[in-house]
Design a protein around this ligand. Structure first.
Ligand SMILES: Cc1cc2nc3c(=O)[nH]c(=O)nc-3n(C[C@H](O)[C@H](O)[C@H](O)COP(=O)(O)OP(=O)(O)OC[C@H]3O[C@@H](n4cnc5c(N)ncnc54)[C@H](O)[C@@H]3O)c2cc1C
Length: 583
């Protein structure tokens, strides 16, 4: 079958913050010589990064008491000592110049009266260091990068292209296969270098702040190519998802002074984190809220049956709310018909972020389990685990890691690609044919046994919410794993009703669900094996952190039977030994 083959120097997979920052740096570092393709299953500005609300942290004010060391300490302690401390150092040092870089590109940061960039408090950060633009930071960061990228002739955007596999031979990256969603055709992209920037997987949970499109494709595609996923059991639950929709109420609200109340009118955080109160790290606040709810001190939404806590912002005052929290005011008005200026809103913890990801080193190079590099392949953003977030990410560090590793990987990928410009690469026919068969013969035209893949997705999400959430134990995780394996079996029997090729969302969603199943299995398997509590991973049957046995990263590699096999690698401890976390 004749097919479309496109060749580039650098393939950036994903057009979120990480992908756009990488593409821009590839252009800058190569003086416009590298030909870059940005491939995205969405239109660029529909990537989830656009939804980031609260801010991006950096050290800007050493003269007022902030320092790189303090930022590193906050991040490492916040991550419950599972962070690679060398990666944290690089991150904290490079963030200052990232904020200034965006400033020079034109990002409208909120400013102080003296004209300098303003910073607001965020959870677990012991200095106000989140730079912001109202409560729409992601929108402004994405627009700034996208606007600037449009100046380059050498960057091509392939929107609505669904990447289905990585092409790798002799441990070297060659390209990807992708369905052009407009026509339904499979296209082959050849590239000297590739960057995985496909974001997270929040949709495997039902109550999530994440966009419908975050289905863990990048994780699953890498995992199926023999690349390990690292620390996937660490799933972040953001304390304040609006009930019942799950829409995010930014932590910046608490940064500006919002308080959390139980049904007795108590600011219960005083019992859990007496110093930092509502601005303790997310894992701690989320557990506190769930404890209040489970012990009967929550409220109940009669319509959805969901229990919740109240978040009160009235005392922040109309003027400040309109200037600094206008977006969440609009969201609460639209979704709950509540004006936060006048009334508290119902919130409860919602899945928000994946600390884990495709295994990558401090440079963002994607590594196999034995530590060798998948030549020519990098990872950035929420898709990759470069070691910064550890067991719990601090708010306002997510966007930052996209920027820093976007920059680092874009630069390396462009240089590498130009050095290898004369290497000839040809289409690995066998792999492409296998992929064609899998998608068109297997999924699209397969006879199937009549299983409904939408139902499989829903059952998966319910299972993850119920058994692989904030509180976990052996019994629940075992039930979850059994259910996921059953769903994987049932998936083999799915039937795709829509047989057309143009914009076949039935097919695309089925492929996403398949990816979600693999990612969920890795999470539950890692969680079951980690018999301790650390950061966002809390085992009620092992409530203590166990540094003796578990101060190590989990690697999950797909075994011959298609299920994960676990290995462990040490954490890079360079500066601080673990101590008890108190806030
Ligand atoms: C509501 C919300 C608010 C947040 N607020 C903040 C905040 O204030 N501060 C902060 O630091 N962090 C925040 N975060 C976290 C942070 O925004 C994200 O972690 C970060 O933006 C992720 O960016 P990314 O580039 O890795 O991925 P994304 O922006 O999610 O982009 C993923 C890209 O990959 C593409 N893609 C995925 N699969 C495929 C495929 N199969 N084929 C082709 N393309 C594919 C998509 O089309 C998309 O372009 C927030 C997150 C959410 C959900």
């Amino acid at each position: 079958m004749p097919r479309d083959v496109l060749s580039y120097d650098v393939l950036v997979i994903g057009s979120g913050l990480a992908g756009l920052r990488a593409a821009l740096q590839a252009e800058i570092a190569s003086n416009g010589k590298a030909r870059v393709a940005v491939i995205s299953k969405l239109q660029v500005m529909r990537s989830h990064s656009v939804a980031a609300e609260g801010g991006t942290s950096a050290v800007l004010r050493p003269e007022e008491g902030d320092s790189i060391e303090l930022y590193m300490w906050d991040t490492i302690k916040g991550g419950d000592f599972l962070s690679d401390q060398d990666a944290v150092e690089r991150y904290c040092r490079l963030m200052t110049s990232e904020v200034l870089f965006l400033d020079h590109l034109g990002l409208p940061w909120e400013r102080r009266p003296d004209g300098r960039i303003d910073q607001r408090p965020f959870g677990g950060q012991s200095f106000p260091r989140a730079c912001y633009a109202g409560d729409k930071i992601g929108f402004f960061e994405m627009h700034t990068l996208y606007d600037n990228l449009l100046r380059f002739d050498n960057v091509d955007f392939f929107e609505e292209h669904f990447v289905t596999s990585l092409l790798i031979r002799d441990k070297t990256f060659y390209g990807v296969t992708a369905i052009d969603m407009k026509t339904g055709d499979l296209r082959v992209f050849l590239g000297k270098a590739g960057i995985i920037a496909t974001g997270g997987a929040g949709q495997i949970y039902k109550f999530t702040t994440n966009a419908r499109t975050l289905t863990g494709d990048g994780y699953a595609i890498a995992y199926r190519a023999g690349i390990p996923l690292e620390d996937m059991e660490f799933v972040q639950f953001h304390p304040t998802g609006l009930v019942p929709s799950g829409v995010l109420i930014t932590e910046a609200a608490r940064g500006e002074g919002a308080i959390l109340l139980n049904n007795k009118g108590e600011r219960f955080m005083a019992r859990y984190a007496p110093n930092m109160m509502e601005l303790a790290p997310r894992d701690i606040v989320s557990r506190a809220m769930m404890t209040e709810i489970l012990e009967g001190r929550g409220f109940k939404d009669e319509e959805s049956g969901m229990e919740y806590i109240l978040e009160d912002m009235r005392h922040i005052g109309r003027d400040r709310i309109l200037r600094k929290l206008n977006n969440i005011r609009e969201l609460a008005l639209r979704y709950n018909k509540i004006d936060i200026i006048e009334q508290p809103i119902p919130v409860r913890p919602a899945q928000h972020f994946m600390m884990g990801g495709v295994r990558a080193d401090i440079d963002g190079k994607v590594l196999y389990a034995d530590g060798t590099w998948v030549k020519g392949l990098w990872g950035a953003g929420e898709a990759a685990n470069v070691g910064v977030h550890g067991a719990n990410r601090l708010g306002s560090n997510g966007t930052g890691v996209c920027l820093v590793w976007g920059r680092l990987t874009g630069e390396q990928a462009a240089k590498y690609a130009l050095e290898h410009q004369n290497d000839s690469i040809s289409v690995p026919e066998d792999q492409v044919e296998k992929e064609e068969k899998r998608i068109y013969d297997g999924l699209l035209h397969g006879r199937g046994g009549g299983e409904n893949h939408y139902k499989i997705r829903e059952e998966l999400r319910e299972t993850m919410d119920k058994y692989v959430g904030i509180f976990r134990d052996e019994k629940g995780l075992t039930i979850a794993l059994k259910k996921i394996k059953e769903l994987k079996e049932r998936f083999k029997e799915i039937y795709i009703e829509d047989k057309s090729l143009a914009y076949n969302t039935d097919l695309i969603m089925a492929m996403e669900t398949q990816n979600m199943l693999d990612v969920a299995e890795v999470i539950a398997t890692g969680a079951l094996a980690r018999k301790e509590s650390r950061g966002a991973h809390y085992r009620t049957d092992y409530p203590k952190r166990d540094d003796q046995n578990f101060l190590k990263h989990t690697l999950a590699v797909m075994g011959p039977d298609g299920s994960p096999q676990l290995e462990y690698v040490p954490v890079k401890i360079v500066y601080w030994l673990p101590v008890e976390r108190k806030y």
